[in-house]
Design a protein around this ligand. Sequence first.
Ligand code: BES
Ligand code: MN
Ligand code: ZN
Length: 505
Amino acid sequence: MDIKLNLNTKDFSGKDLIVVSAFQKTVEAKGKKKETTEVVNTHWSKELKEAFLAIKSSKNYKASLGERYFFALQDGTEVCVLGLGDKKALDLEKIRKEFANFYKAVSSKYADVSVAFDGFVKGSKEDSLKAIVESLLMTAYSFDTYLAKKSNPTLKTVTFDSAEKGTSKKKFQAAIDEATTVTSAINFARDLVNEPPNVLRSTEYAKRIKKDVESIKGVKCKILGNKELKKEKMNLFLSVNAGSAYEAQLVHLTYTPKKVTKNTKHIAFVGKGLVFDTGGYSLKPGGSMVNMKFDMAGSATVYAAFKAAAEMGLNVKMTCILGMTDNAVNSHATMPDAIVKARNGKTVEILNTDAEGRLVMADCLDYACDLKPDALIDSATLTGACLIALGTEVCGLMGNDQKLQDKLLKSAKNADEYMWQLPVIPEWHKDMKSNIADLKNIGGSRFGGTAKAAAFLSEFIKNDVAWAHLDIAGVGDSQSHLPYCPSKGASGLVIRSLVDFLKNS
Ligand code: BES
Ligand code: MN
Ligand code: ZN
């Protein structure tokens, strides 16, 4: 889909369909609230208003949020009125949702659509434009790699028309470019997460990332296989890979911006890249095992944020560590009760081989702390307990540094994504201690499982690094409440929050 701009114009550039906004006005009448049927829009041309009023049924149109009304102008051009409800209650997320629903309603019917943009502004013009383009490009995503019939939407061009004077073409284009860069990274991550486990082996995953960064300026890529991981003493990571037919892969990416000064921040990411999680010897029951191809979503999420930020040329140093393996069973697979020494020297009693993500993350976090970043953020589909605590719609946040966590919460708010901090109390740190090893990989009960996993991870943070942990077990896929996400499959959520965080770093 092409996104175009047509500024300082009174004409509509779309050949097939024009989209205009309308708001619903609520007026007080005799002390009671009464809804008027009056369509409020100061941005409509006289021609448009007349054509609308000439149609009898338009009187019944209320412009409530999401209510669409189609009619035609005299020259045959079709118009879609997109109802946005109460103007005061409008926000960017509502705009995203309405454009996602709009896309679904028209993408198989019209090829060339223009948006009368002036009527869709809430707050900053550039932010509004960015939100609409984000929504359209996220909604247009489909995973059709394995379908004989590929999706081929009729909609090919969306042009944003603006009649207002004093608009900056440069700023508008920058907003479109940013939305395009971020959503391509989101859709790239979605593709990786949706890829089946018989295709996306650890080795294939690493290759795809290596190939993708080749064209990004300032990015370097190093891949560690089993031999190198052994040399690094990453035995926890290797213990998860023990039952696999494929090597573990640690992908180490760095991005260096054009100008580095002593004030340039260094942000490090670590992502869980379990290309499939059977549970290992602590085997998952069949029903719970399905969809465990998405257990690499944490790594795809941080990679996408890294990719987008590097492509935008943000002035921040970045490191991205992706820990890739499957968690499979064969005669070499790690057995429950095994005691394994971590990269940082601590011993871990592995009581449940299905609590594998924290083992991979532990060694990767310790590795990342060696680089002494200003902040370390990890993202993982770490615990089923996160779905119990926060539902499937909210990302869990934990960490050792309140300022860093506050910044992430702020970024999630800026991106209109749900994120909620969980406490990590001393009792849960204690619960992760073993009698016969320094640590054990599961707590004494199921309760508080998400934060207990974070308590375990915190044992691998050193050099006083400010660290935050994102549990995306719930939000990683199937966000059927968000019209710009596929109702089944990878969501691509949290990436926009992380990009916002990087922009403000
Ligand atoms: N990848 C899973 C977590 C998960 C489960 C994500 C369901 C999304 C949906 C993780 O490796 C896991 O199996 N965790 C265990 C931990 C337990 C053994 C302490 C879990 O959540 O059951
Ligand atoms: Mn598991
Ligand atoms: Zn897992």
